[in-house]
Design a binder for this molecule. Sequence first.
Ligand SMILES: *[C@@H]1O[C@H](CO)[C@@H](O)[C@H](O)[C@H]1NC(C)=O
Ligand SMILES: [Zn+2]
Length: 331
Amino acid sequence: MAKSLFLAAPLILQALPGAFAWGTLGHDTVAYIAQNFVTSATKTFCQNILADTSTSYLANVATWADTYRYTSEGSFSAPYHFIDAEDDPPSSCNVDYNRDCGSGGCVVSAIQNYTSRVVDTSLSTTEVQKALKWIVHFIGDIHQPLHDEALDIGGNTIDVTFDGTSTNLHHIWDTNMPEKLVGGYTLTDAKTWAKTLTTSIKTGAYSSQKSSWLSGINIDDPITTAMGWATDSNAYVCSTVLPDGVSAVSGQELDGSYYTTAVPVIELQIAKAGYRLAAWLNLIATGSTGLKVASKPRGAPMIEAVKVMPRDFEAEMSPAKLARMAYGHKC
Ligand SMILES: *[C@@H]1O[C@H](CO)[C@@H](O)[C@H](O)[C@H]1NC(C)=O
Ligand SMILES: [Zn+2]
């Protein structure tokens, strides 16, 4: 009885659309955008690993990680979906690898780990496949601002309502706001949204900034690269997610002006995630981004190099890390 209940749990979770980080819609859209910008060599590389030559080869695996984390076999990967930045929004936003990536790992360390494992020929086909599925998913997650924030467990414990439904701040960024914008969450909805955002990247509103999205990208330094993405995303916690602090949103209906202000950031972050995922996969498969990369303007501060220190597992955990543990590593 207990066993059959346990086995059914992932299926039930899978059947709940939009129950997960960036929701199904966000992750599938990121994957489709990436498919539009990978080179043909990268496409072959990914299709071979995934044994899927369909037109949705990346979108088909984009939410696997959110199902796997709820299985007993995959529970170790739950902390890999976020980095809990212990900053102080809205007055100060920042991410620090040594402060914020817990001893169990985080989205930044996971991007590094699976970038090296996807090309590790000593690993089994299954492990290489999982590595690619995780890369597709985590480059999506890291672009959701509340996946780069410790406050109130990434907004999970900030209760709000959206279109009359009781939910929380994290969930509306993952799911309710993207779904309201697009009007659905199917693969077809994701493909349509990806097409719109791909056009914006190629010839529309994002075309002049897209090369800056790849500034500093370095396949030999995944930690610094992913920290740049996390820092970029975390800045929106101060500017857009919680510009007037928690009290301004707590218990409020957010489908009005809050939603209107959030939409451009959601579109931008989904577009960036897809474009950066394509560049990262191109780097992995071919050694080059295959896309135009802006050089840093002279004198611009580089993304601060990250010192990876041996972890002190005995160190006292911060209140935010204890709160996250008690919460159970949900998104
Ligand atoms: C890297 O990934 C493997 C396979 O999922 C996992 O067993 C290992 O703990 C990971 N290492 C780090 C440092 O995250
Ligand atoms: Zn996730």
